[in-house]
Design a protein around this ligand. Structure first.
Ligand code: FES
Length: 218
């Protein structure tokens, strides 16, 4: 798949932090530099293969936990090798970032930076949910079971919340973590006068019911 897909909620990734995210079967080091820019890198140090998600953020750079090699968020190049402080690291020692954008409260990733990106209409972001189902199976199950559900694309659909939750339209987005795990994100398009406390409480029950119905990850 080469299109854009959400991989995390923006507010899950604070400045100066790194998390691991699965995307299309690949482990990513997802990190935010001190200026607020997010980066999605293959989760493997070019030196000895240690997980970069175990490293630390220093300003606009990620520092590998094992031998301290430092990589610039600007272009992925290694800028410092502590064991050889006088050596300029070769330009070939670098990390190729995945394409990344932020929109509608979500961090989006793509294997193809040129793929067309259409941002969903902003809304109230639901709590992301993992399912132990492949993406096509979960997509089919949701389309068949949710009121007014219609597909907008391979990972994107519109539905309506149950009447008891106000019947608001909801955009549902899917991320294929790997062949057997899919994450579900929702954007509820409620008007500003909606009772947010009641909506949040109802959303939790609704999402729990979806988890029971379609096989949430343990
Ligand atoms: S494994 Fe990352 S610096 Fe050595």
């Amino acid at each position: 798949m080469t299109g854009w897909a959400p991989i995390a909620a923006s507010d899950e990734l604070a400045g100066g932090h790194i998390v691991e995210a699965l995307f299309e079967g690949r482990s990513l080091a997802l990190w935010r530099d001190s200026a607020g820019a997010a980066h999605a890198w293959p989760n493997r140090c070019p030196h000895r293969g240690v997980l970069l998600s175990l490293g630390t953020v220093d300003g606009d750079s990620l520092v590998c936990r094992y031998h301290g090699w430092r990589f610039s968020g600007a272009d992925g190049r290694c800028t410092r090798i502590p064991a050889h402080p006088g050596l300029a690291p070769p330009a070939s020692v670098r990390i190729d970032a995945l394409a990344l954008r932020e929109a509608a409260g979500l961090i989006w990733c793509s294997n193809d930076a040129e793929a067309a990106f259409i941002a969903p209409e902003p809304g109230i972001l639901t709590r992301p949910l993992p399912f132990t189902l492949g993406l096509p199976s979960l997509r089919g199950a949701l389309l068949g079971a949710l009121p007014g559900a219609s597909a907008v694309g391979d990972i994107w659909m519109r539905a309506n919340l149950p009447h008891a939750l106000g019947g608001w339209p909801i955009t549902l987005l899917l991320r294929r973590a790997d062949a057997q795990e899919t994450w579900l994100y929702g954007l509820i398009h409620a008007t500003p006068d909606a009772d947010l406390i009641a909506l949040r409480a109802g959303e939790s029950h609704w999402m729990a019911a979806i988890r029971r119905q379609f096989g949430a990850a343990p």
